[in-house]
Ligand binder design. Structure first.
Ligand code: ADP
Length: 522
């Protein structure tokens, strides 16, 4: 029985042939295909030319895999085993039909190859995309720096111009130019933020802050702005909210400012409302819900999702100004805070933007004592000043030098010297006596970072400890970190606000003076 089964199986799958050493067919069972006795097998298929060489080979048995032949118009695949009988000068061929097997393997292989090719293409595309994205982000960072530098001097000199003898009309014009320049600064900031978010470099930094004060100051600002537009501003800040919370104040502020400004921008009558609430009494972490509601022009239903895409402004609404980046940033910021910005709106009736973030509740709910940095030094030249502080500015761009000179001209308590680059800053410090250094970061010959490092590693103790304030148009967190690492004590971004500049100078001078007194006491 078994023999019969084996025979049936072999008949269906294997053909046996006996040939002589001239490729002539001596015998065959024709199980798979028909070959005439005494015919030359190479006429059947050129593959069999290989046979004559087998008589010279030392191995008497060999196997050839996956030999492809056309049989009865069909492509077939065979494994062929050859056994040479040198004495008889004959060769036996066992031809096994493995067409189904090889076709399946072939298909699998093809699918595998295709998926490998697709994977490689995807990787290549991703790589290209990353390179492009990296280029775009670098480009944006550099361009925004280049734009910020001249903007800095425009805004600076406008402030100076404002304080000269100008009439009402000129003052109005100055304020328009100032407003447009500020808008440009905020667009540049938005571009930078978008590039940072896309590069995955924007981090949420949670810290303890006075939440009550934070919301109060927002309300104050927007109450005023609403009043200017003859709108009502309603603030509903939950009384059960803790005074001190843990969160990213900077980014939360950015989100709320964007939403409140939009609400005011797109509302012409009625009310803008800010509601902040929590429904939790948890002592460690609470969900805080922020709602910004307006009775403005509203958003058509079909645009409720597209408004969150970058550079989207609704048709015919361009007249409101803006870059169309605000909501995209806000949306992505809320997502970075594990939340999501939602919008409900009815055209012609108004909109509500809403999100909930989890914030930590600070253990310490006590109000810190306000360390007011009241200006110890009499700024105006008429004051009874005791000492003129000598400030050294490292700055290579002439308009920025001029602007600083102008700002310091009104200050009776300081004198200002200017060095053109970092190397000159160090040289001046070695040659003359200074109380503080203002350092631009991007300068030729030696930049601000290297100069700060040289100062901090100086052998002269007095030079080594001098307070340094970084002044830069670059606003990224990395630049700030790098400035700190190279030993600078404060970091101010251009356009420099003169009030902040002098407050920072006073604070550092005061701290430095106290340190010196303590050291001399020791
Ligand atoms: P823009 O700089 O144009 O304000 P945003 O990204 O902040 O850009 O907003 C995108 C678009 O969404 C706006 O151009 C405006 O048409 C619409 N929009 C945003 N907020 C409101 C709102 N409170 N009321 C009506 N439309 C709004």
């Amino acid at each position: 029985m078994l023999d019969k089964l084996r025979q049936d199986f072999l008949e269906k799958t294997t053909q046996i042939l006996i040939l002589d050493n001239t490729n002539r067919v001596l015998e065959t069972d024709n199980s798979l295909f028909y070959i005439k006795r005494d015919s030359d097998i190479t006429d059947f298929h050129p593959f069999f030319h290989v046979i004559s060489s087998l008589f010279e080979d030392k191995r008497n048995e060999q196997k050839f895999y996956c030999v492809q032949m056309e049989v009865k118009g069909k492509t077939c695949f065979y494994d062929i085993r050859t056994v040479v009988d040198s004495e008889k000068k004959q060769i036996v061929l066992f031809i096994e039909d493995l067409t189904d097997h090889y076709k399946t393997v072939h298909q699998i292989k093809q699918v595998r190859n295709e998926s490998i090719i697709n994977f490689n293409i995807t990787q290549e595309l991703n790589h290209e995309l990353n390179v492009q994205r990296g280029f775009k982000n670098k480009f944006l960072a550099n361009v925004s720096h280049e734009i910020r530098t001249p903007l800095n001097s425009i805004l600076g000199f406008l402030s100076v111009l404002e304080n000269t003898s100008v009439d009402r009309e000129q003052l109005d014009l100055i304020s328009i130019i100032k407003e447009s320049s500020k808008n440009l600064v905020s667009i540049v900031d938005d571009l930078l933020d978008i590039s940072k978010i896309e590069a995955g470099r924007l981090e949420i930094k949670n810290k303890r802050f006075n939440f009550k004060k934070f919301t109060e100051s927002l309300v104050k600002t927007y109450e005023l702005q609403a009043e200017e537009k003859r709108l009502k501003f309603v603030a509903d800040i939950g009384a059960n909210l803790p005074r001190f919370l843990i969160g990213d104040q900077l980014r939360l502020n950015q989100i709320l400012i964007n939403l409140l400004e939009n609400a005011l921008k797109y509302t012409h009558q009625g009310t803008v409302m800010l509601r902040v609430s929590t429904n939790s009494r948890n002592m460690r972490r609470i969900p805080v819900t922020f709602e910004i509601k307006d009775t403005g022009i509203g958003i058509p239903k079909e645009h409720l999702t597209t408004i969150f895409e970058s550079f989207t402004q609704l048709e015919k609404r361009g007249l409101f100004g803006g870059s169309g980046l605000g909501l995209s940033i806000v949306k992505q910021l809320t997502q970075l805070m594990d939340s999501d910005l939602e919008v409900e709106s009815v055209e012609g009736e108004g909109s509500i933007f809403k999100f909930t973030i989890y914030m930590g509740v600070s253990h310490d709910q006590k109000e810190e004592k306000e360390v007011s940095i009241t200006r110890k030094i009499d700024r105006k030249s008429g004051g009874a000043k005791k000492k003129k502080y000598r400030i050294l500015l490292g700055e290579d761009i002439e308009v920025n030098q001029l602007l600083m000179m102008r700002l310091f001209a009104d200050e009776g308590s300081y004198s200002l010297d200017i060095a053109k680059n970092g190397e000159q800053v160090v040289l001046f410090l070695e040659k003359y006596q200074y109380d503080l250094v203002l350092m631009d970061l991007t300068m030729p010959v030696m930049d601000g970072y290297d100069a700060a490092l040289r100062i901090r590693n100086h052998t002269d103790k007095k030079i080594k400890k001098i307070p340094i304030i970084a002044l830069t148009a670059r606003t990224t967190e990395e630049e700030r970190e790098a400035a700190k690492e190279s030993g600078m004590n404060a970091y101010l971004t251009k356009p420099v606000n003169s009030e902040v500049l002098f407050k920072t100078i006073d604070r550092l001078l005061h701290r430095y003076k106290n340190k010196k007194t303590q050291e001399s006491v020791k």
